[in-house]
Design a protein around this ligand. Sequence first.
Ligand code: 9NY
Ligand code: NDP
Length: 515
Amino acid sequence: MSMIAAFYGGKSILITGATGFMGKVLMEKLFRTSPDLKVVYILVRPKQGQTLQQRVFQILDSKLFEKVKEVCPNVHEKIRAISADLNQNDFAISKEDMKELLSHTNIIFHCAATVRFDDHLRHAVQLNVTATQQLLLMASQMPKLEAFIHISTAFSNCNLKHIDEVVYPCPVEPKKIIDSMEWLDDAIIDEITPKLIGDWPNTYTYTKALGEVVVQQEGGNLNIAIIRPSIMGATWQEPFPGWVDNLNGPSGLIIAAGKGFLRSIRATPMAVADLIPADTVVNLTLAVGWYTAVHRPKSTLVYHCTSGNLNPCNWGKMGLQVLATFEKIPFERAFRRPNADFTTNNITTHYWNAVSHRAPAIIYDFYLRLTGRKPRMTKLMNRLLRTLSMLEYFVNRSWEWSTYNTEMLMSELSPEDQRVFNFDVRQLNWLEYIENYVLGVKKYLLKEDMAGIPEAKQHLKRLRNIHYLFNTALFLIAWRLLIARSQVARNVWFFIVSFCYKFLSYFRASSTLNV
Ligand SMILES: CCCCCCCCCCCCCCCCCCCCCCCCCC(=O)SCCNC(=O)CCNC(=O)[C@H](O)C(C)(C)COP(=O)(O)OP(=O)(O)OC[C@H]1O[C@@H](n2cnc3c(N)ncnc32)[C@H](O)[C@@H]1OP(=O)(O)O
Ligand SMILES: NC(=O)C1=CN([C@@H]2O[C@H](COP(=O)(O)OP(=O)(O)OC[C@H]3O[C@@H](n4cnc5c(N)ncnc54)[C@H](OP(=O)(O)O)[C@@H]3O)[C@@H](O)[C@H]2O)C=CC1
């Protein structure tokens, strides 16, 4: 019997960010392994004209929850969606809901965050720092609370090269930042943002670092733990391999490469690609929840959920495997044949951006205009280039994360728990994982049918022929223009023609002699 699964039985659990990528995988695993848990409270905001209930039903109706419905048929009764906006005071939770939350919650998993790299500092502080502070305040009023698990990111200290499982201080106290956001106007915030974030590459990583300091400073007597996942990718094993439902991290780039938009990316092939499957993060999170509640460590423990030091894979290997998978499992209606490469300096990056990204987009838009359709490729390409520039920081550096606490926790688990809540990335086979990841992107993100693969392959063959034809035509035109203008080119041309003629004559003469 799994001790961790048993621990969650009968518990009331509060999850923020349950509608996000990690939150969904977390809920799924909780219900699948502890179907006898009492209730899962989720803080949800109404979105895109959907009510809370509609949002919950959409999640439960997805393929991700198929297995859960078998082991926990009344799962919908055990989810209590509470209307909340983490940007508002007291999260805009009604008095009755707040009362229920405060009096019943046993465990909190705080996953909600803005993960946009370029979010306005005010918004990023509000969600990643102030909301965390408010949630801690709420937690301090929960008499039955056993553990508060805060999800941060391994990149919260990406200004350092070696990162230990400790909370590092920030140059400016979070309280001062929170206060200043209240009275500074947007224009001034824009101006001071680069100075405030300093060595951090974006507002996301900076505010996640501030969030950790808040957790440490304002956690009071609560049992708290911080989990730092690196780049969260599709699921490795559970509930099935390759599940993913958003474009963050590598997923969007896999689509862009598979559809043939992405041709080159400034990345260091030997840099460590610190990906971590979402189900591994969730298994560690649930194990940490159990350990923190049962063993009550004296201080706030930080757990790194990374792969680089235990089972490293680099971007070069990952990129090649992604491309190799496209050969077997191509995406439908590709714009060009998938053929991306890494560049390592600014000049080649600019060159390939102009030649392989912007030029084809302009030509295609011209073709769309000619055929009376609305041009769209240049806009799409500009967005892709913007995304690439945002991600570049992370694919040209390597970090070392120590994992003492994570390894300590692994050794504390029973063999059964090590199996059910496996977070040992040493067992991960990268090539297999990446292949499943690409397959998952095709099935769950692009919603493409596997029956369409032969047609997709045919389409790629057509694109290859068009590519050859286009290159030959381009070469002939360029050559024709050149020999019209340059004597040297004409001489070279005559030399080649006369050489071919002589070679053919010799070949004909020798074959006549043989007869
Ligand atoms: C040698 C052989 C070589 C072979 C080579 C082969 C290569 C071939 C294979 C390639 C694979 C292997 C290499 C992979 C490298 C991956 C690096 C990952 C590093 C991640 C580090 C993460 C570290 C931290 C981890 C964490 O701790 S946290 C989570 C991470 N957080 C994020 O990843 C948010 C990022 N995103 C944003 O920050 C915003 O998205 C924003 C970008 C500002 C746009 O923002 P904006 O333009 O305003 O607009 P959006 O509305 O957002 O998007 C507008 C439009 O772009 C779309 N789109 C949004 N995103 C992405 C995205 N990623 N990728 C693509 N498209 C995206 C969206 O679909 C929409 O398209 P549409 O629907 O309009 O058609
Ligand atoms: N994805 C990754 O690669 C990594 C993620 N992390 C961390 O993991 C956690 C989860 O990330 P992930 O699941 O990928 O993120 P998502 O963007 O998929 O999910 C974010 C969640 O936060 C919720 N949320 C955002 N704003 C509000 C708000 N104002 N009120 C209520 N809820 C809100 C979202 O709700 P809604 O559905 O309404 O938008 C969503 O449920 C985050 O803390 C992130 O920093 C750490 C490392 C890597």
